[in-house]
Design a protein around this ligand. Sequence first.
Ligand code: SF4
Length: 498
Amino acid sequence: MSLPPLRAVGAPGAQPSGVAHDVAHFLRPGTLRLAALPPLSLYLHVPWCLRKCPYCDFNSHAVPAAPRLPAVATPQGGSHRAGEPGPGATAPRLPAVATPQGGSHRAGEPGPGATAPRLPAVATPQGGSHRAGEPGPGADPFDRPSLDTGMASRYLDALLADLEASLPLVWGRPVVSVFIGGGTPSLLHPDQVARLLSDLRARLPLVPGAEVTLEANPGSFERQRFRGYRAAGVTRLSVGVQSFDDAQLAVLGRVHDAAQAHAALAEAAAAFDTFNIDLMYALPGQDEAALARDLDAALSHRPPHLSVYHLTLEPNTVFATRPPPGLPDDEAASDMLDLICARTAAAGLSRYEVSAFARDGHRCAHNLNYWQFGDYLGIGAGAHGKLSFPERVLRQVRWREPAAYMENALAGRAVSNQHEVARKDLPFEFMLNALRLREGVPAAWFGERTGLPPSAIAAALQRAEQRGLLEPAAGGQLRATARGFDFLSDLQALFLPG
Ligand code: SF4
């Protein structure tokens, strides 16, 4: 099954965008019965990167040249995957599922892959050079390649307009977490992040101590910038490293090197109580020894959280048309995953989700809410959202192109497409997410969060148990067995509509 197609606004049968914000429309009688609304998170998308990585299918666009930037951009990378229900498994490919970032991933399967020319080592805006992680002589500590101020300001205005137009749909609901993802949100200046978070807090009730994550990339001057984000209200940093191997980073088209990654992580650890490192595995030409070196490098920073994604070739990427040579086969990738699990466990991180490993108390609250089939309001270019009402579940997507998004959001029309999730699709959507969690979810949540009776999945549960893929549901928890977790796509596929 694939998710019901989103209907383009203006297309035959489509809902006019104004309907997207008409709360009465979504409160009318329907066929579902949600006993209570699930927790609500907020996702904010920043759609620009210094350049597009060849494996990336997220809604990210090379940043337009800003007048104050040097001709050649300084090294700085992008991150990916945090803030979404990620990758991770084997078996038959399941339908693509939209991510809040506006990309897609395959259920139970890992992510992306890459090549491209590299940018030169390190060049300051002043045209000099400096060591990674240190400002050059006379440099403004915040003055590294970023968005043009005027464009950033207009984008923040659009985000605010988008949020304000969406408020009636989430009125009175507390927000349990915020995730600023991309793209490369660390292209925003800390002052801009402060403005953004201040605007949010003035309009939405964030629960006390709410997790506020920002995706950042290795580059120069992290010390002041990361601390600036902390001062702005960010509580958690997710650093997109992908590899510590310079040759591999070049193949992946990343614009940072290993030294910059190490410097960024040292500063992240100094500035934040909790942070995440994004890594990828099954990279072109990678063997277990090379992966072990990457893991050792990552673990040397004692990360509270580690996300490790399998490189996959996604449609509509450079790698899809020109795959890099030397990609490990499935068997080699499976052995690599075993190595990742062993090394992370030895370092005190438990695998709580297909691709996520954390120390006690450091699981990502925002991503957990996705996997637990919670709600999320997605704001920004191409952002996806899921919002529940007493008798329906709504999915929305915003205009994808940054210019179109800004123009429409500022005119009160940020939503480009929306649809109510069909009854027949809800079991798969719920299980697709919930079964990614090693501990699963309470069985009662199925009814609470889909509005469907237990009979809607009774037959599939029985088949899954008979095949040894699911723990007996009588235990009160919907949880994959060890075998089911290894063959997650097979297990999830049992819940596809007939
Ligand atoms: S930095 Fe991240 S979001 Fe940007 S293009 Fe690369 S993988 Fe995609």
